[in-house]
Design a protein around this ligand. Structure first.
Ligand code: CA
Length: 233
């Protein structure tokens, strides 16, 4: 009787473990970073992003009833400094998977001098996305889509192994671009220290740039069986 109970327990525990493993690997992508600024103080710097260069008047969390959780990150071009910059560090993993997704919401009031960069630890740019005159421009060359005047959802699917990227805008089923090459056909050799940078240029070089954008609901997902494990270490 005891033995039969023991076997039952082992079977139940095994099924439970298999179910959990199945959930983790269901779509092969694990959420490793999520930020909607709802925990941040209004009028403060974003607490979980890294502010490289920015004054609080031009870079801060603001109240926004149309944003997820009622708050968003405002970034504006600063007439006194050449760049307002903030970045999201991609998690450093022991076994960095080759494919990852970055998703965020974007609302553009004025796109002057605005670019988003995917950089490595040595500040080499692999990807430059620019909201420009109501369009989305890829790697400073081609306009790939028209932005909505309200919130837009942008997703980048990046494969470091093949050095290719897919860009999605609002419709997450069909990419608007891809597979497309990295900026200047670069390869990504350094997999540690990758980051996505939001940058607005202005300062004395471009005093007429009055860029103003809003960012919200940033999510980073990574593929591969190591992701969950590495994050629990
Ligand atoms: Ca939000």
């Amino acid at each position: 009787m005891i033995r039969r109970n023991l076997i039952s327990i082992i079977v139940i525990v095994s099924i439970a473990i298999l179910c959990m493993v199945g959930m983790v690997f269901a779509d092969g992508m694990n959420l490793v970073f999520s930020e909607d600024f709802s925990e941040d103080e209004i009028g403060a710097f974003p607490s979980r992003l890294v502010v490289d260069r920015g004054r609080i008047e031009y870079l801060r969390v603001v109240e926004d009833s149309t944003a997820v959780g009622g708050k968003a990150l405002m970034i504006m071009g600063d007439p006194e400094t050449n760049d307002t910059r903030v970045h999201v560090e991609l998690p450093e993993l022991l076994f960095f998977p080759p494919v990852f997704e970055i998703e965020f919401s974007l609302r553009v009031e004025n796109s002057d001098g605005t670019n988003f960069y995917l950089n490595d630890s040595e500040a080499v740019a692999f990807l430059i996305i620019s909201p420009k005159d109501g369009k989305l421009r890829y790697n400073l060359k081609d306009d790939i889509a028209t932005l909505d005047s309200g919130w837009n959802r942008i997703k980048l699917v990046v494969d470091l192994e093949t050095a290719k990227v897919y860009v999605y805008l609002n419709n997450m089923d069909v990419p608007i671009l891809g597979p497309a090459s990295f900026y200047k056909e670069r390869q990504c050799t350094a997999r540690e220290g990758l980051y996505l940078r939001y940058q607005l240029s202005r300062g004395t070089k471009h005093p007429d740039f009055e860029g103003e954008i809003y960012i919200d609901d940033i999510k980073v997902r990574m593929a591969g069986p190591n992701t969950e494990l590495a994050f629990s270490l």
